[in-house]
Design a protein around this ligand. Structure first.
Ligand SMILES: Cc1cc2nc3c(=O)[nH]c(=O)nc-3n(C[C@H](O)[C@H](O)[C@H](O)COP(=O)(O)OP(=O)(O)OC[C@H]3O[C@@H](n4cnc5c(N)ncnc54)[C@H](O)[C@@H]3O)c2cc1C
Length: 463
């Protein structure tokens, strides 16, 4: 069996790693000059700067399992949850989310009721939600709905706009009016089905639950996961700077056109949805429609302040802030920050002692507006908006800008049904496997699991 893996992001590299473990011959095609895709860490002057993902969700075990397997147990670090606090920007100020919130759902009443974040009307909606359990169960639609519609049914407009939309935009860079609740918040949909009220469901589920940190990362950054996997891949199997132009199927074999045409028994397409669509539509035109997805872009701006410079900074205690975007106003005319992480407070080992590392994001409608701006213009804009919220910022020791155009696919309402149809088309083409962030989760643990399981499944002896 000879396998082509097209795309060397975390999904493709995880699949290649598993193929190596089973001794399967493969070629990993990567268009750029490095492996990892959106996973990229820059280590400089004692700072560890993540250009893409900064952590994984602790609840999902597959990234940690892989790290341990790769001998990285000593590297694993929890988020510093003793100082976990997220701020929402309201009227140009940082207002703390009440303690005990899980996404937009409270698990404690006291902090919520004393929070200046919500009006008395919104607090009333929260208080009434458990009483409306039966009505909420009954009002749940038979089919999928948008995240906005789901949150609105439970907590009303204000909660949707003030915390629901910015929280989801922070993770998916997306629009809550478009995102599918069943695809992006399946656990909450299950809670509604079982309990009606989300507040009651969380109360019951959290009884006796151990409180682990919410996020997990690695001391030297997430790129270490990639580096460790790549270290065991046969170098002769890795083709950097080899963009696959075309894929064909004939005579029971797959033909992959990179620098030359090569023949394979199976092909794992691990490229972003747009590329996968372009590669597969000529084979089956159904892919053209099924893989036509919106994808949001992100621009990451990191500002690093060495200890002697950082002394003058007074950053609030917490993990960072989210900026609600003006959803009613239609297309943004000027780029506005979507979020900022206070990196050195969220994780240890990210800055030298006393140093400060800020990571600001432009996303949603703002990222495309910056497509033609130079890096120094983007940095200037970020500094201006950050200093309006955090106070005057000294000149950073160094800065970094990374642009991730169309990097996060938007799971629109009806996504899971579309995925079923997609799977049926894939099954009709034996040897084809689709992996990556366009299908069943954008987070690293899901992609690692998917890459590895796909390789194991394909290599498993047939019964
Ligand atoms: C700013 C940002 C922050 C994020 N933060 C988090 C986080 O904290 N935690 C988390 O879990 N997730 C996070 N995510 C999501 C997560 O990083 C991504 O979903 C994930 O890294 C995508 O991996 P992938 O392998 O599917 O795709 P990619 O990483 O996009 O890899 C695809 C690869 O295919 C290559 N390629 C494209 N075309 C071709 C071709 N024709 N031939 C060969 N190769 C090709 C590309 O060069 C690329 O290397 C974040 C995403 C972004 C953008």
């Amino acid at each position: 069996m000879r396998v082509a893996v097209i795309g060397g992001g975390i999904a493709g590299v995880s699949a290649a790693y598993e193929l190596t473990r089973s001794g399967t011959e493969f070629v990993l095609y990567e268009a750029s000059g490095r492996l990892g895709g959106i996973v990229e860490t820059v280590r400089r002057d004692g700072f560890v700067v993540e250009c893409g993902p900064d952590s994984w969700v602790t609840e999902k075990p597959w990234a940690r399992e892989l790290a341990v397997e790769l001998g990285l147990e000593e590297e694993v670090i929890p988020s510093s949850d003793f100082q976990r606090r997220t701020y929402i920007v309201r009227g140009g100020e940082l207002v703390a989310m009440p303690d005990g919130m899980r996404m937009m759902i409270p698990t404690e009443w006291e902090p919520l009721l004393h929070s200046p974040l919500f009006s008395s009307q919104a607090l009333l909606s929260y208080q009434r939600e458990p009483e409306r359990a039966e009505e909420l169960k009954a009002s749940a639609p038979e089919s999928d709905e948008s995240v906005a519609s789901f949150v609105r049914r439970h907590f009303g407009d204000e909660v949707t706009d003030t915390v629901g939309a910015p929280l989801l935009a922070g993770v998916f860079g997306g629009d809550v009016d478009q995102l599918s609740v069943r695809a992006v918040m399946p656990a909450f949909v299950k809670m509604e089905r079982e309990h009606g009220s989300l507040i009651t469901a969380l109360e019951k589920n959290s009884r006796g639950a151990a409180s682990a940190s919410v996020f997990t990362s690695l001391k030297t950054g997430l790129q270490t996961l990639i580096e460790r996997m790549v270290a065991v891949l046969p170098t002769s199997s890795i083709r950097l700077r080899e963009k696959v132009q075309k894929v064909e199927k004939s005579g029971g074999k797959w033909h992959v056109f990179g620098a030359s045409r090569e023949e394979f028994d199976a092909v794992f397409v691990a490229t972003p949805a747009d590329v996968t669509r372009a590669l597969l539509s000529p084979i089956d035109s159904a892919f053209d429609e099924l893989l036509a997805m919106d994808a949001s872009s992100a621009v990451v701006v990191a500002l690093a302040f060495a200890p002697e410079i950082a002394k003058s900074l007074q950053i609030s205690r917490g993990f960072g802030f989210l900026v609600p975007q003006n959803r009613a106003a239609g297309r943004a005319s000027a780029p506005s920050l979507l979020a900022c992480t206070f990196v050195d407070q969220k994780f240890s080992h990210r800055a030298p002692e006393g140093g400060v590392l800020l990571r600001a994001f432009f996303g949603g409608e703002s990222a495309p507006l910056l497509a033609n701006s130079s890096d120094s213009e983007v940095i200037g804009l970020a500094q201006q908006q950050l200093s309006a919220l955090l106070g005057p910022l000294p000149a950073p020791s160094f800065t970094l800008v990374r642009r991730w155009p169309r990097s996060l696919p938007q799971y629109a309402v009806g996504h899971l049904e579309r995925m079923e149809q997609l799977e049926a088309r894939v099954r009709a083409l034996p040897g084809l496997q689709l992996i990556g962030n366009a299908y069943y989760g954008v987070g690293l643990p899901d992609l690692i699991r998917q890459g590895r399981e796909t390789a194991r499944r394909v290599m498993a002896p047939s019964p």
